[in-house]
Design a protein around this ligand. Structure first.
Ligand code: FO1
Length: 304
């Protein structure tokens, strides 16, 4: 069976691990968001790809939800002491990966090739594909002006309301090698419980990806990232209220209009009406076992 999941970091990465646990080795392809990518201290950081890689490899800091477990912060402290930036915290272990990736990018290697190399080094059989190798950056338009994603999300702790989300470079960005083929060959296409605007939106903004999903043969099932109308973490509930007018499953389903056959929602959001088939279950991923249970329900809804 071929399963493709579109994912951001955090909850998306946990869901991907649930899928990896539920499926046979090699059956899963994760298409990851790169709109959050940022250059810090001269290093190229791909937060969502890294959260997916670290989570699937079992080295993520589970509590923080990003970066590596057992992290230390000496390089960052030393850089800061010399006047370097420290608003975006890079740990010593994490920096090891950024050094390798940044050097390879400077030598002209594509992000997708670099990511495949990291996946191999981690000993994973799941494929992780960046949505694009081209430059695509998410920006948010707020009452305080237009901000880069990380300036808003980390620098300002996402306190500003968001009026619009813009994907800089999306017009030119081509899908990374393997993305369209994977979607085409998929028996099921899944959308992880990630933020539809800033995690899944940038993936769908890459030329051809939305169109291939719209023309799919496979069923496409999304998992709502809301529980009881509230985001588990992050600003999605505020974004949906302001940009879509509410936080019910119908509002989530409408953000994937034309793309999904079913939406998996939490028991706390049922009963309700939505323009797609609804599947009700417990969606909170407290640990690896609950993420696997959620993955099994979603696969059942997608494959029958
Ligand atoms: N999130 C924060 O809230 N503060 C940070 O300093 C921070 C650093 C960071 C470094 C590497 C990395 O892979 C992720 C990091 N994140 C940090 C998380 C990240 O900004 C967001 O969670 C994602 O971009 C949203 O999916």
């Amino acid at each position: 069976m071929n399963v493709v999941v579109l994912s951001g970091g955090g909850g998306g990465a946990r869901f991907a691990r649930g899928l990896q646990d539920a499926l046979a080795p090699g059956e899963l392809t994760v298409v990851g968001n790169v709109g959050d990518d940022v250059e810090v201290l001269g290093l190229h950081v791909s937060p969502d790809l890294d959260s997916i890689l670290y989570t699937l490899a079992g080295v993520i800091d589970e509590e923080r939800g990003w970066g590596r477990a057992g992290e230390t912060w000496n390089a960052l402290a030393a850089a800061a002491a010399w006047g370097g930036e420290e608003w975006f915290r890079l740990g010593d272990l994490d920096i090891g990966l950024h050094l390798v990736r940044t050097r390879a990018l400077r030598e002209g290697t594509r992000l997708s090739e670099i990511t495949a190399g990291l996946v191999e080094k981690a000993g994973l059989e799941t494929r992780i594909l960046p949505a694009t190798d081209d430059r695509l950056r998410t920006r948010v338009v707020t009452p305080a002006g237009e901000l880069s994603f990380q300036e808003w999300f980390v620098g300002r702790a996402h306190r500003d309301e968001v009026d619009t989300v813009v994907f800089d470079g999306a017009g030119q960005a081509r899908p990374a090698p393997g993305v369209l083929d994977a979607l085409d060959a998929a028996d099921s296409i899944l959308v992880a419980p990630s933020n539809p605007y800033v995690s899944i939106g940038p993936i769908l903004a890459v030329r051809g990806i939305r169109e291939v999903i719209e023309g799919r043969r496979a069923r496409c099932v999304a998992v709502s990232p809301l529980i009881g109308g509230r985001a588990v973490t992050g600003p999605l509930d505020r974004m949906l209220r302001r940009m879509a007018g509410g936080t019910t499953p119908a509002h989530v389903a409408l953000s994937y209009r034309g793309l999904i056959d079913a939406l998996v929602i939490d028991e706390a959001d049922a009963p309700c009406e939505a323009p797609v088939e609804l599947v009700v279950t417990k969606t909170l991923m407290r640990d690896r076992a609950s993420a696997r249970r959620l993955a099994e329900v979603v696969l059942e809804a997608a494959c029958g």
